[in-house]
Write a new protein. Structure first.
Length: 149
């Protein structure tokens, strides 16, 4: 398996990574994804793609390094998904190891992610990977300002 980081504008973002990411984020169109990555990249957003031995993208991770008062420096995982056809083959484990390496290189004290409460299979995976449940995540939906996607 090969894992590579894809910069904004890389054509593999749409052709390879987005089909896998869409399994987790079905609302993303190619245009919206490009817009989010263009804006998010300035805020530290990065994407990594995992390719199987035979070539196709089988996993995707969106992540960023965040400095804050609670954890000081953390690698936060926005998105982590393995293609349905490649689950239970080590893709998720390899992506997490790749992200942990990025975190250590960046001097992070932790690797964090949120997972929807309905994603019980993902929760079992995260617990097997030795991630702990350490917080509740609270959210309040707000109307988007006019003119924003």
């Amino acid at each position: 398996m090969k894992i590579i980081d894809l910069p904004p504008g890389d054509p593999r973002l749409e052709s390879d990574l987005l089909p896998v990411l869409s399994e987790l984020r079905p609302h993303l169109t190619p245009r919206l994804f490009a817009e989010v990555y263009d804006r998010g990249h300035a805020q530290g957003l990065r994407f990594s793609a995992a390719y199987g031995d035979e070539g196709p993208c089988v996993g995707a991770a969106g992540w960023r390094v965040v400095d804050n008062t609670s954890a000081i420096r953390t690698l936060y995982v926005d998105d982590l998904v393995t293609a349905a056809s490649a689950r239970s083959t080590g893709v998720g484990h390899a992506l997490l190891a790749h992200l942990e390496e990025h975190a250590r290189e960046a001097g992070c004290h932790a690797l964090n992610l949120d997972s929807g409460t309905h994603r019980t299979g993902a929760h079992r995976f995260y617990l097997r990977e030795r991630l702990d449940i350490v917080a509740f995540h609270f959210a309040k939906s707000l109307a988007a300002p006019a003119g924003t996607p």
